[in-house]
Design a protein around this ligand. Structure first.
Ligand code: SF4
Length: 358
């Protein structure tokens, strides 16, 4: 892939694609493995730092190739928790967010798979942006590399729960996940890389049929077809009943559990009746349930109270599989996807309108 200045973008290329690249440039084949190692294992930000390459090779690459795909646009560090949020600018000036979180000896990076999102879930700030474009494998994997460099910490887990619907960018997401898990590169275990979908059924079936070993999560968020259609319009195309069938199919084909994520929205989906229905809906699917207190955005939804969360959890006490509550990190850094982007866009718009009215 070449950018507008006709430089080849190396970040995101697999080892075999790098082999094609070095062959086309008339370089020795072993240069591909060196490039792979420097980009994904040593995580250097500059070609000039690839010191096992001859100076003439480095100079050639600096003229004809690029390895940096992200420019930091804004960062916020939580005052209360080990969490940071980053807003990145892509080569075409589109922007995406990533989040770094630490908890229970896990260092997790949440990455975006698309700039914007077409699915317009009613409670999600990213949905307000609409669809902009898919990210390339390099733009996805570079979020992990950039955050690891910046925090000086190696991630133990990656979740594709940032901006966008990963399964509407399936090939790039799988290639990026392969790069994250490659033993000669970033080397994160496949079972520590979670791909979270809102319910793109054909992609769930494909993921199962391909025998992918990455973890699958499904963002459920409602216990009736009607509620889910209202919260997540994608349900009009892929119904709740068929989504649950697809989840069951995945567990049968893969022998793995699926994680159901459930964002708790106060007085919308957090009643005891919802908890009862959730238990019934998922009773026959090998799964885990991850309850996620909502990070309120200005969209008319509120977080469940601690009391309602506890009641919801108690109602699930007899559920025959793990139920966890993600203690929401980063309330003070707008950690839910799209919040930082929308907030910054708002600030820009306000500044522009102030300037116009002066
Ligand atoms: S929740 Fe996920 S799928 Fe829904 S609009 Fe937001 S980014 Fe898209």
């Amino acid at each position: 892939m070449a950018n507008s200045a006709s430089k080849t973008l190396l970040k995101g290329l697999s080892l075999s694609q790098l082999e094609d690249f070095v062959q086309r440039q008339g370089m020795q084949p072993y240069r591909a493995r060196q490039l792979f190692h420097w980009m994904y294992r040593k995580n250097v930000p500059l070609i000039a730092e690839m010191t096992t390459l001859k100076k003439s090779v480095r100079e050639f690459l600096e003229t004809h190739a690029e390895i940096n795909l992200l420019r930091l646009s804004h960062a916020i560090t939580s005052e209360y928790e080990p969490a940071q949020k980053f807003l990145f600018e892509l080569p075409d000036a589109e922007r995406v967010e990533s989040v770094y979180m630490e908890a229970d000896n896990r260092r997790t990076i949440c990455v975006s798979s698309q700039a914007g999102c077409a699915l317009k879930c009613d409670f999600c700030a990213t949905g307000l942006m609409g669809q902009i474009r898919n990210l390339t494998p390099g733009e996805i994997v570079d979020q992990v590399l950039w955050v690891e460099r910046h925090t000086k910490k190696e991630a133990t887990n990656v979740v594709m729960m940032g901006m966008g619907e990963p399964f509407l960018n399936y090939d790039a997401v799988i290639q990026a996940a392969e790069l994250m898990s490659h033993p000669d590169g970033i080397a994160i275990s496949k079972r520590k890389i979670t791909i979270s979908t809102s319910g793109i059924i054909p992609a769930i079936l494909r993921f199962a049929d391909e025998g992918q070993r990455f973890k699958l999560a499904i963002s459920l968020n409602a216990t009736t077809a009607e509620d889910r259609r209202r919260l997540m319009p994608i349900t009009k195309k892929f119904t709740l009943a068929k989504l649950l069938d697809a989840a069951r199919y995945y567990t049968e084909r893969s022998g793995q559990r699926v994680t159901f994520e459930y964002v708790l929205l106060r007085h919308v989906n957090d009643s005891l009746l919802d908890a009862k229905r959730l238990r019934r809906l998922l009773a026959n699917i090998p799964c885990k349930i991850n309850l996620i207190p909502y990070n309120a955005v200005d969209l008319g939804y509120e977080s469940s109270t601690e009391e309602r969360i506890q009641q919801f959890v108690s109602e699930l006490a007899t559920f025959p599989a793990p139920v966890t509550v993600r203690r929401s990190q980063g309330r003070d850094i707008q950690a839910a996807c799209g919040q930082l982007f929308v907030q910054r866009a708002d600030q820009k718009a306000r500044r522009r309108s102030r300037a116009l009215s002066m």
